[in-house]
Structure formats: structure tokens, C-alpha cells
Write a protein that binds this ligand. Structure first.
Ligand code: SIN
Length: 471
């Protein structure tokens, strides 16, 4: 990790990066104002057509070098993630592998950006399509996956022949800067992928949406900010991909394998201390098995080890900052004031200011704020339901539609519920759905577009139709 800190620490840098476990500053980094980003856009714009003209095979081999370098630096990158974002080191190692997998995947997919020939409507005409890079792109990435959310956007952009400028989250610029350094080492021309940390994100978002040299914006973050960016991007009818907030239901039916459901619940809810947009946010449990499920879940949750992410055996790290902590505490307080019961946890953990105890709440009802707000913390609220119709009604009763999970064994029920859930991604008898091979994304107010899979490449390609006539 030290080699990256030495490379990016700038004593005069305006952005201080701190360790959420201790509050101590780990580095200061150089930031970019909109005026300083202007020449960076110029270079990215000028270089893009050169990059796009290189054979897809060359771009793929450079991406493959980048993948190898990221994996060769897995331990150092993981330490960097843990230092700036707080997650346990085992999760950070997993994030580096997850993030690198997008580079590997898109290195291959970029070689298969096929067009098509279409059976013609006239004897002297031919109809065909080709796919071409969108152009220069911009991305705004979140703090909860400082590596994977960068590679999930940058790898398809580069594979497609685009250039891209990334504004990383204020809390976690170091991992993004490290990825940029490794990309250049791998052979990506420096103008083609730039990382521009900033202290104030709003003017950068505005610049990305108003500069006509930028043809696409990809954003992962809150629905409120996503709506603002979409409004700004509308001025230039710019392409946008938005991966926004969720309110994931995790439904346990009475025919479920309860032990598997408890393990799935732990995996889904407590990943990154509950700070992912696909974390289970509401546990809907059928009334006949609710008591047994809560007792098994609470026993597992009470056993989770809380501590600084760098310490051995830690499973739950700190929340990202004081604001994140206060939000979680106030959601729990509101639920308890309205009648919810704490089965385990429910308070600050003794490890430090940003640590919250892994918590299970029972007797949660829809009038409690925790049932409708994204928690982004290690709290599992349990709501009970009577039958399949009621479960689906409660699950879909949200403006969000990112991820949903359910556990059931009856085959008919599995199909009915999977089809009825209004969410972009559904985990059936599984609590972890994220993988580079599948399309990640939401419906309703959870966003637009998909990342990962073959569909993730299309987000960075334009489809051109050509009519060849006079044959
Ligand atoms: C996110 O929380 O934004 C992404 C989570 C994932 O990729 O699993």
C-alpha cells in the first residue's frame, strides 16, 4: 500500500483522505477544478479517435495487461481499499478480484462488438449495422466499492474504444488513482483514462453534463444526485447510465431451507457492513416460520466480529463516516419509538465513533422510516407477512427496483415470485448476485442501463445502420 500512498500523497493537496476506523488522515491528494479538467477533456477527446482506430485485439491485450497488474497488486490494493473505505481486508481482497474480473471480461467482449446484416427489403439494397464507440465518456464513482465501481465503467469504455474521465468519491480517491497508474503501466495511453479527484463534486458533475465533447455519463450513487445529473444531461441529450439507490426485499417463505436462508441473509445484509446498494434492506418473513428465522438469524448476527478492517478475523468494519453512522442510528431509533423490538445490537459498537453493532429488529411495520429508506448499515429489519400475495405487495411497494432476494423451494412459487418482483435483479435462494458475467442494474427509480455482462459493453457503443443501395 505504501508505494501507492507515496505516489499520490501531496502535502499541498486539498482533499484529505481518512481512515473511517480511526478518523486519522492517511493521505492528501491533488484535486481538479472544472478549469483544470478542461484540458484533460481536450486530450481525452483528441486521443479517443486514435484509441478507437486501434484493432480491438490490441485494446484487448492492453486490458489483459491491466488485469494482470491489478491482480499482481491485489494485496496492496486491498490494503488501500480497507484504509480509505473501512471494509474488512478479506472483503477488500474479494473486491479487487471482482473489480479485475470486469477488466478481464470486457477485454474479451470488446473483440465481439459485432454488427449485423439484415435480410433486405429490396433486391438492389443491402441493410447492415455496425457498432462504434460513443466517444469521450465521464464517470462519477462511489466510495463503497472504490475499485470495482471504477473498473465496471472504465473497462467497457476502453474495450469499446472510448476515452473516459473518472471523478472518484471524495472519501476514496486513492484506489482510483492506483488503478489509473496501473492502467498506464499496462499500456493505456495516459490521456485515454484520467482520474480527477475533487473536493466539491457538484461543479464537476455539471461540467461533465454540459461539455459537448463528453458524450456519455455513467454514475453510481444516490437517486437524488442521479436525478439531478439526468436533468443536467438532458440539455445535451447526453447518454446516461445510472446505478442508483435500492430498497431490497429479502423474502423467506415457509417452504424455504431456513439454514440456507440465514446464511444468504448474512451474506446479503452484512457485506461491507450493509453499505452496498444491493444489500437486503427489508426481511419479509412468512408468519409461521418468523420466530425460528429470527432466532437463528439473531444468533449468527450477534456472533459477527466488529473491528477495524485491517484486523484479523473482522467481519464488520466501520461505517464510512459520522453522517453514515447518525443515519443508521436515527432509523433504528425511529423504528424502536414506533414499536419495533431489538433482537440483537441496536447501538454504537465500542470500537470507535463510526462503528455500529450488527442489529436485528423485529416487529417492523411499513410506517417506520426504516422500511422505506435505504439503510446503508448493518441493520436487518424483520417484517412478517401471511401469504405470497401479501409478500409480493409489500416487496414491490417502493419506488426503487434494484435487487430482490427470496428463499423458497416450491418450483411453482419460485417462478411466480421471480416474475412478479419489480426489480432489475433477483436472487433466488442466493444472497449474493454480483458477478461480471451478469447484467447489473435497476428499474424504476433505481436507475438506467446495465453494467457487466455483454450488455455492459453496449452502454459504450452506438449502433449505426447503413443502407447500401444501387447494387
Ligand atoms: C453497489 O453497491 O453500488 C454495487 C454493489 C455490487 O456490485 O455488488
Amino acid at each position: 500500500m505504501q508505494k501507492f500512498l507515496d505516489a499520490f500523497h501531496d502535502e499541498a493537496g486539498k482533499l484529505s483522505v481518512d481512515d473511517p476506523a480511526t478518523g486519522r488522515i492517511i493521505a492528501k491528494v491533488k484535486t481538479y477544478s472544472p478549469g483544470e479538467i478542461d484540458p484533460i477533456i481536450d486530450a481525452a477527446w483528441a486521443g479517443q479517435s486514435v484509441w478507437a482506430r486501434r484493432p480491438a485485439k490490441d485494446r484487448a491485450s492492453i486490458l489483459r495487461n491491466w488485469f494482470n497488474l491489478v491482480m499482481a497488486n491485489q494485496a496492496e490494493l486491498a490494503q488501500l481499499i480497507t484504509a480509505e473505505c473501512g471494509k474488512p481486508i478479506a472483503e477488500s481482497m474479494g473486491e479487487v478480484a471482482y473489480g479485475a474480473a470486469f477488466i478481464d471480461w470486457f477485454a474479451e467482449e470488446g473483440r465481439r462488438a459485432y454488427g449485423e446484416t439484415v435480410p433486405s427489403m429490396a433486391p438492389d439494397k443491402r441493410v447492415l449495422t455496425i457498432k462504434q464507440p460513443v466517444g469521450t465518456c465521464a464517470a462519477i464513482t462511489p466510495w463503497n466499492f472504490p475499485v470495482a465501481m471504477v473498473t465496471r465503467k472504465v473497462a467497457p469504455a476502453l474495450a469499446a474504444g472510448c476515452s473516459i474521465i473518472v471523478k472518484p468519491a471524495e472519501a476514496t480517491p486513492l484506489s482510483a488513482l492506483a488503478l489509473e497508474q496501473l492502467a498506464v503501466e499496462a499500456g493505456v495511453p495516459s490521456a485515454i483514462f484520467r482520474v480527477t479527484p475533487a473536493t466539491d463534486p457538484a461543479p464537476i458533475g455539471k461540467l461533465f453534463c454540459s461539455d459537448t465533447r463528453i458524450r456519455k455519463l455513467s454514475f453510481t450513487g444516490s437517486t437524488a444526485v442521479g436525478k439531478k445529473l439526468m436533468e443536467q444531461a438532458a440539455q445535451n441529450v447526453m447518454k446516461v447510465s445510472l446505478e442508483l439507490g435500492g430498497n431490497a426485499p429479502f423474502i423467506v417463505f415457509d417452504d424455504a431451507d431456513l439454514d440456507a436462508a440465514v446464511e444468504g441473509a448474512i451474506a446479503s445484509k452484512f457485506r461491507n457492513a450493509g453499505q452496498t446498494c444491493v444489500c437486503a434492506n427489508r426481511f419479509l418473513v412468512q408468519d409461521g416460520i418468523a420466530e425460528e428465522f429470527v432466532s437463528k438469524l439473531s444468533a449468527r448476527v450477534a456472533d459477527l466480529q466488529v473491528g477495524a478492517g485491517r484486523e484479523d478475523g473482522v467481519q464488520i468494519g466501520p461505517l464510512i463516516n459520522r453522517a453514515g453512522f447518525s443515519k443508521v442510528q436515527s432509523l433504528v431509533d425511529d423504528a424502536v419509538a414506533k414499536g419495533a423490538k431489538i433482537a440483537t445490537g441496536g447501538a454504537r459498537a465500542s470500537n470507535g465513533d463510526n462503528f455500529y453493532q450488527p442489529t436485528v429488529l423485529t416487529g417492523v411495520t411499513s410506517d417506520m422510516t426504516i422500511a422505506s429508506k435505504e439503510i446503508f448499515g448493518p441493520v436487518a429489519p424483520v417484517i412478517s407477512f401471511h401469504d405470497e400475495t401479501e409478500a409480493i405487495r409489500i416487496a414491490n411497494d417502493t419506488p426503487f427496483g434494484l435487487a430482490a432476494y427470496f428463499y423458497a423451494r416450491d418450483v411453482g412459487r419460485v417462478w411466480r415470485v421471480m416474475e412478479a418482483l419489480e426489480f432489475g435483479m433477483v436472487g433466488v435462494n442466493d444472497g449474493v448476485i454480483s458477478t461480471e458475467v451478469a447484467p447489473f442494474g435497476g428499474i424504476k427509480q433505481s436507475g438506467l442501463g446495465r453494467e457487466g455482462s455483454r450488455h455492459g459493453l453496449d452502454e459504450y457503443l452506438e449502433l449505426k445502420y447503413a443502407l447500401m443501395s444501387g447494387l
